[in-house]
Design a protein around this ligand. Structure first.
Ligand code: SAM
Length: 217
């Protein structure tokens, strides 16, 4: 650990989670119901959603796009922050996940702000031609395709728009030089490729499993 920094022990992270986690009751209940349905508990952490809320509010975001809806925790959390007439388009390949998330969006009164496209984002995204530019993109689908998603999404973003990619610490394995798991290597390559680009500025925010936050220049 670098001299002077003692940030990332479990106790300190727990302090962040306890004090800076989102507390939306509808979304907490959504997670309970998703777990009861047997969905994997791989949604972003409440402290990540709290960070999204700050970002989205500061940008006055109107249009968002997401890869990987799951039960709609992040989708609905983002939709709640979009300005009037805003919209999040989320891609999800699992029909059960998509149906559940769409129902929860209706229950939240956000059906008009949430559009879920069911299918493989790798196939759907190249055919996706929105009539507006996105303020915010969240990449949280299959890890091996992160770089492809990033490359396809960047032209759809406005200048000053923000792309966030989740799990860029690869479940804590990113700095383990002995770990050559395929997904870990994919995430390493993604981090490397994005941070060397001159058309985005990027920063790693170590909430959850790490988020690469990039702004389009
Ligand atoms: C980590 S979860 C998303 C969590 C969600 N963003 C949240 O934080 O609430 C990943 C989701 O991506 C979906 N997924 C995986 N590969 C995909 C693909 N190629 N196209 C679309 N969705 C995909 C999975 O079915 C799963 O529901």
């Amino acid at each position: 650990m670098m001299k002077g920094f003692k940030t990332f022990n479990e106790e300190v992270y727990q302090y962040i989670a306890d004090n800076f986690g989102d507390r939306d009751e509808f979304l907490s209940e959504l997670n309970v119901q998703a777990e009861e349905k047997g969905f994997p508990g791989i949604q972003i952490a409440p402290e990540q959603l709290a960070y999204f809320r700050v970002l989205l509010k500061s940008m006055n975001a109107q249009y968002a796009v997401e890869i990987g809806t799951l039960a709609g925790y992040s989708t609905i959390g983002i939709a709640q922050m979009l300005s009037d007439h805003g919209m999040i388009t989320s891609f999800e390949k699992n029909a059960r996940h998509a149906e559940f998330a769409a129902r929860k969006a209706r229950e939240a009164g956000l059906a008009g702000k949430v559009q879920i496209h069911v299918g493989d984002a790798m196939e759907l995204l190249p055919k996706f031609t929105p009539t507006y530019q996105f303020d915010f993109a969240f990449i949280d689908g299959d890890k091996k395709n992160y770089l492809s998603y990033f490359t396809m999404l960047l032209p759809l973003m406005r200048h000053g728009g923000v792309i966030v990619a989740d799990n860029v610490l690869a479940w804590g394995n990113i700095a383990d030089a002995d770990n050559h798991d395929e997904l870990v290597e994919s995430l390493r390559a993604f981090n490397h490729e994005v941070t060397k680009r001159s058309d985005v500025l990027s920063s790693l925010v170590p909430l959850g499993d790490g988020m690469l936050v990039c702004v389009k220049l």
